[in-house]
Design a binder for this molecule. Structure first.
Ligand code: AMP
Length: 307
């Protein structure tokens, strides 16, 4: 199957090509056609499967080919600011040839001002973490009465992170007549229940990567005394086979201390965690992606949603 066999309008076809996508991933092949037909979707898929473009493409096509009635037309809820940012980037990348479509992103931990101004100017697509969306909604900045499409991404993580009450609060404000798509890596009972409430006669899709990440990763355990832990880590990180590494710590403080200790043995590392400003986190991630830094030290919460 190729993208040519999917009925995408030209501006999207060109954007797909410019993004370097040649063949649809399995989730895209299964989700885009019913998505284009306006069906509700329940997709079981992890990050890395191409699930973002699987909902972004049908949404952009709908926006480009049908008129809106004012206000936000598409709302995407995501659990973390990193994931929200990545989804927003995908919307921007794939709508390059559709200049009339405006998308925006809001998440907590940064000033509300620029987000309020962006919402005042109006957007067609809003990607949001639930808490900040509610805050801005309470202040009157979010008009979602005329919503056409709702997406819940990484629903199981939203559940894990305790966001379900916030999500339900948002849902109560939405029109019932809409297209809804739910994506989740796992479908525990609570998500199944949510899906039943939210989705009308959904198309169910499940993709498991041919090689799940955990199988591609060789896992080893080292038993070591606490006092020798840092020296062993430094030795592992210095070995030639390690071009880039992410080190997870339990606490934010531990992440900072470890990054400092690694610097003392000439391993340049940056820490990312919830206490760092969004800017600092973005800079550290960009540096890591571009190869500017080899080692990222992260608390697990901060690492969520990283592609
Ligand atoms: P996602 O699972 O949505 O986070 O996507 C994972 C990565 O795959 C992203 O970096 C996308 O840009 C990329 N991607 C998505 N769809 C395709 C495709 N059809 N071909 C090649 N790469 C893709």
């Amino acid at each position: 199957m190729t993208f040519d066999t999917i009925d995408l309008i030209k501006p999207l076809m060109l954007a797909v090509r410019a993004a370097g996508y040649t063949t649809p991933t399995p989730i895209q092949a299964q989700a885009i056609p019913p998505g284009l037909a306006g069906r509700d979707l329940c997709g079981q898929a992890q990050t890395g499967t191409g699930k973002t473009a699987a909902f972004v493409l049908p949404i952009l096509q709908r926006l480009a080919t049908t008129p809106g009635t004012g206000g936000i037309r598409v709302l995407v809820l995501a659990p973390t600011r990193e994931l929200a940012g990545q989804i927003h980037e995908t919307f921007q990348k794939l709508s390059v040839n559709l200049p009339k479509i405006r998308s925006g992103v809001v998440f907590g931990g940064v000033s509300e001002r620029p987000q309020q101004m962006m919402l005042r100017q109006g957007v067609d697509v809003l990607v949001a973490t639930p808490g900040r969306l509610l805050d801005l909604g309470n202040q009157g900045y979010v008009q979602i009465k005329n919503l056409d499409v709702l997406v819940l991404d990484e629903a199981d993580r939203m559940l894990d992170m305790g966001f379900l009450p916030d999500v339900r609060r948002v849902l109560r404000q939405l029109p019932t007549q809409r297209q809804t798509m739910l994506f989740s890596a796992t479908i525990p009972d609570a998500i199944e229940k949510l899906a039943k409430e939210l989705l009308k006669n959904p198309v169910r899709i499940s993709v498991t990567p041919e090689q799940p990440t955990v199988e591609r990763i060789q896992q080893t355990v080292h038993f070591v005394e606490r006092s020798r832990k840092k020296a062993l880590l430094a030795q592992l990180l210095a070995s030639p086979g390690v071009s880039r590494a992410v080190v997870f710590t339990r606490t934010k403080h531990g992440a900072n201390r470890l990054a400092e200790d690694l610097a003392k043995v000439n391993i340049y590392a940056q820490a990312i965690h919830g206490n760092k400003s969004q800017k600092a986190r973005t800079v550290a991630l960009d540096n890591f992606k571009s190869g500017g830094i080899r080692v990222l030290v992260a608390t697990d919460i901060a690492a969520r949603g990283i592609d």
